[in-house]
Design a protein around this ligand. Structure first.
Ligand SMILES: CC(C)(COP(=O)(O)OP(=O)(O)OC[C@H]1O[C@@H](n2cnc3c(N)ncnc32)[C@H](O)[C@@H]1OP(=O)(O)O)[C@@H](O)C(=O)NCCC(=O)NCCS
Length: 162
């Protein structure tokens, strides 16, 4: 099996949006993004696909934050079930972090369920830190940790680890 190639989704067709919305639902259930959301983000921000041998095995979205344009929000980050546990999550995250740096971004935030050990371990191993716990972030019972990473290593030392 090949390594993961990072591809930006540009001017997607409805069929592509529907396919990605189905993968999102598979990964996140009712908190997954819909075709509409993915279409907007592909133009207002960026949607990245992780492809292996031409097959979409994972994806995520990036938006610049309003209050802090040097900081990007990464969301909808997943590797499809049949491709998990083979290092592709690590490759996808490294790829999108490189993209943030390439466009002069200096910070990344994302939200993670406190019970999602696999995702937390992945992000903490890249130097993300938990900066806040937000109750009912995506609706009742959908609490999330807010994680943050800064390109300035001094800032990353402040904060706590889950
Ligand atoms: C979280 C997720 C993206 C990880 O992707 P992956 O391709 O399986 O991860 P990798 O194989 O690249 O592993 C990277 C690291 O993740 C962590 N990890 C992955 N699977 C894990 C598991 N089952 N238990 C604990 N840690 C795990 C480990 O730290 C691992 O590093 P290691 O192999 O050196 O121990 C994937 O499980 C996923 O898409 N889950 C469903 C959607 C989701 O929860 N997305 C995150 C939302 S914030």
């Amino acid at each position: 099996m090949g390594s993961l190639e990072l591809v930006r989704l540009e001017r997607p067709r409805l069929a592509e949006l529907d396919e990605l919305a189905a993968y999102d639902e598979e990964a996140f259930g009712h908190t997954g993004l819909r075709s509409f959301d993915i279409g907007v983000v592909s133009r207002a921000g960026a949607v990245f696909l992780g492809q292996v041998d031409g097959v979409v095995v994972g994806s995520c979205q990036l938006l610049r934050t309003w209050d802090e344009p040097g900081t990007f929000w990464i969301f909808g980050f997943y590797i499809r079930p049949g491709w998990q546990g083979q290092g592709f999550g690590r490759e996808l995250l490294r790829g999108v972090m490189d993209e943030v740096l390439r466009v002069d971004g200096s910070g990344i935030v994302m939200s993670v369920s406190p019970s999602n050990r696999a995702a937390l371990d992945l992000y903490l191993s890249f130097g993300f830190r938990v900066v806040e716990e937000i109750v009912d972030f995506y609706g009742p019972g959908e609490d999330r940790y807010l994680l943050r990473w800064d390109s300035d290593p001094e800032k990353n030392e402040v904060g706590r680890h889950a």
